[in-house]
Write a protein that binds this ligand. Structure first.
Ligand SMILES: NC(=O)c1ccc[n+]([C@@H]2O[C@H](COP(=O)([O-])OP(=O)(O)OC[C@H]3O[C@@H](n4cnc5c(N)ncnc54)[C@H](O)[C@@H]3O)[C@@H](O)[C@H]2O)c1
Ligand SMILES: [Zn+2]
Length: 366
């Protein structure tokens, strides 16, 4: 019998539980405890709704409050004002008041959108996250960032808004496409590599169980991930110091996503490859042992994620990396490792980056 785990996430604005385990959508007493509201607006999408909306509505029927359902189109291109407006339209049509609870049922796109709507509807209503992708369970549902995209850039419009509670139901991962599961594992590997040698070792020993969606193994890595992320963002809600360490693999990863065109590789795929590059950079700088780089690369391979970056020219790499929002005044900031489970920031100028790319066989020396 698998028991669920509950993590209390403390932030300056509120403390909320993250419940992790199988079958949470059906757990009436959990919903009775956390679902108090004048009405409940479930925001989901056309892929997730046929899988889980009825199940959730059956459970919520016990609360005896009006339910409002908002079905959005599926995908990152719909993380827009137009979708947020569809949520507002539905809330206003049903005269939803300030005691309405918004429930995000879906992956990170639905979570970011519903969270943004909750942050702004009538100057802010409560919301709950029911993340149904591994990425959303280990990353986007914790931390309080909500956002929509603007034609000029991803996540350009947003707000910090902490949820009332997060229910990470591992049973929902049974229907997640394998490629999405692997992409979520990239962020778990990231948490191990930058903050927990024990989590990293667990991933090395039980990758098979995770890929087979074993509920115990999933619960364990989601719990560890939430603890690591909440520890960091609790101390640093608005991203200044330590929160930047969560970007391990992301400077190279963003360059890959952008260089290929967003959506060509999944975010997690780009981050996985980015972590291998960041590990090699750490070796190049004399911070990390070659054996540890090999362990990281081997784990990424076992998760079925890419290790070889696209064939960009040196100029393309520099161009892509220096326009990353983490760069300042010609210097590029990177998260590097001093060991598995130990990360820190460093800065490189263009010549140093070119030196690394050449040494790693990714580009000719300038
Ligand atoms: N707020 C944050 O801190 C934060 C952090 C990381 C990422 N994000 C955001 O998260 C988004 C990416 O999230 P994602 O990777 O979950 O992508 P996603 O929400 O697009 O979900 C991926 C796909 O899986 C489908 N899906 C979801 N749950 C399913 C299930 N249980 N079974 C079958 N299919 C399912 C979705 O409909 C979608 O097609 C991006 O917009 C990103 O900006 C936010
Ligand atoms: Zn990420």
């Amino acid at each position: 019998m698998i028991r669920e785990r509950i993590i209390e996430v403390a932030t300056p604005s509120r403390t909320y539980p993250v419940v992790i385990g199988p079958g949470l959508l059906e757990r009436r007493e959990l919903w009775r405890r956390y679902g108090k509201a004048s009405s409940i607006a479930i925001v989901t999408n056309k892929t997730v709704a046929p899988l889980y909306l009825d199940r959730l509505c059956t459970t919520l029927a016990a609360l005896d409050v009006p339910l409002i359902k908002v079905l959005l189109d599926d995908g990152e291109p719909y993380k827009t004002w137009a979708s947020a407006n569809r949520i507002f339209d539905a809330l206003l049509a049903k005269r939803a008041d300030r005691d309405t609870l918004i429930v995000a049922l879906g992956g990170g796109v639905v979570g970011d959108l519903a969270g943004f709507a909750a942050a702004t509807y009538q100057r802010g209503v409560d919301f709950m996250q029911i993340p149904t992708t591994l990425l959303a369970q280990v990353d986007s549902s914790v931390g309080g960032k909500t956002a929509i995209n603007h034609p000029a850039g991803k996540n350009m419009i947003g707000a910090f808004h902490q949820p009332r509670a997060v229910f990470a139901d591992t049973s929902t991962l049974l229907t997640l496409p394998l490629r999405e599961l692997r992409a979520g594992l990239a962020e778990v590997i990231k948490h191990g590599a930058m903050a927990s040698a024990a989590l990293f070792a667990f991933l090395e020993s039980d990758m098979q169980g995770l890929l087979a969606r074993d509920a115990d193994a999933l619960t364990k890595v989601i719990e560890d991930s939430v603890l690591i992320k909440s520890d960091i963002v609790g101390a640093d809600e608005r991203e200044s110091g330590e929160r930047a360490l969560l970007n391990f693999g992301h400077t190279f990863g963003h360059a890959i996503e952008k260089g290929l065109g967003f959506g060509t590789w999944l975010h997690g795929e780009a981050v996985a490859c980015g972590m291998v590059l960041a590990a090699k950079l750490s070796l190049h700088l004399g911070l990390l042992h070659a054996l540890e780089v090999e362990r990281i690369e081997a784990l990424v391979v076992r998760a079925g994620l890419p290790t070889v970056p696209p064939d960009f020219t040196p100029a393309t790499w520099i161009d892509l990396m220096s326009s990353d929002k983490k760069s300042r005044a010609g210097e590029m900031r990177f998260v590097v490792l001093e060991g598995i489970g130990r990360a820190r920031m460093t800065t490189l100028d263009q010549a140093q980056l070119l030196g690394f790319l050449a040494a790693a066989g990714l580009a000719e020396p300038a």
